[in-house]
Design a protein around this ligand. Structure first.
Ligand SMILES: NC(=O)c1ccc[n+]([C@@H]2O[C@H](COP(=O)([O-])OP(=O)(O)OC[C@H]3O[C@@H](n4cnc5c(N)ncnc54)[C@H](OP(=O)(O)O)[C@@H]3O)[C@@H](O)[C@H]2O)c1
Length: 200
């Protein structure tokens, strides 16, 4: 798949690199596509990766990962332009009590938005394999084909995708995840992960 990552930091850099190494074509949309940091990222991501402006990356990607700080979301989405028909993967979180999901839905009305990867620290996304099985990634979106596509991208990373089914369900999953984070991260640091065991 052709994937754009707007943001090349912890989240965008990790996911974009792993997708490129796994055979997807990736373009990082950056404020400075020629920076030393992007150069280093492209070296690590290999021949399937390239960098461009945010607008170029948005035009390139069939799926676009939005991986910037919450305060930059509005500006980069304006720069990306019309995302009609594109899958927009929203992994951003806000820390002010407001919903990052609502904000991106308001700002990118034409996109096929899938909320995913935001419940996992980048260290787990870098390596989701544990002795007992792989880490679960909760996701949801209104467009079933887009959700299926992002679930496949999650599985390509070695994650165990679970569609929670609705925006309300995701808000509850996020709240539960956040509450557990408060309890578990003091014990296990940032690299613990949850897995949903179910009968198939
Ligand atoms: N870190 C985690 O473990 C984690 C987990 C779940 C969710 N999230 C969410 O994912 C999003 C990204 O987090 P992150 O940790 O990847 O952030 P980060 O490392 O700071 O990376 C953010 C990227 O945004 C781009 N950017 C665009 N405009 C910018 C500006 N004005 N100032 C600084 N950077 C700008 C930069 O890429 P260029 O320099 O190439 O433009 C930068 O690499 C956040 O919304 C965060 O809440 C993070």
């Amino acid at each position: 798949m052709k994937i754009a990552s707007i943001g090349s930091g912890n989240m965008g850099g990790t996911l974009g690199r792993r997708w490129a190494v796994g055979g997807h074509r990736v373009m990082f949309g950056s404020r400075d596509p020629f920076s030393p940091a992007i150069h280093e990222l492209l070296q690590a991501a290999g021949p399937n990766a390239q960098a461009g402006t945010i607008k170029e990356a948005a035009a390139f990607g069939e799926a676009i990962l939005l991986a910037v700080r919450p305060e930059d979301v509005e500006r980069v989405l304006a720069e990306a332009g019309d995302l009609r028909g594109k899958i927009l993967i929203n992994c951003t979180n806000r820390y002010d009590g407001e919903s990052a999901d609502h904000e991106v839905r308001r700002l990118a009305r034409n996109a096929r938005i899938v909320r995913a990867f935001h419940t996992l620290p980048w260290e787990v996304l870098a390596n989701p394999a544990y002795d007992a099985g792989n880490a679960t990634a909760f996701l949801y979106g209104d467009d079933p084909a887009a959700v299926t596509a992002v679930a496949r991208l999650a599985a390509d990373l070695g994650l165990d995708p679970v569609d929670v089914g609705s925006a309300d369900a995701m808000a509850q999953a996020e709240a539960a995840n956040g509450a557990l984070w408060g309890v578990l991260s003091p014990k296990f640091g940032r690299e613990y992960a949850l897995r949903v065991l179910r009968r198939s």
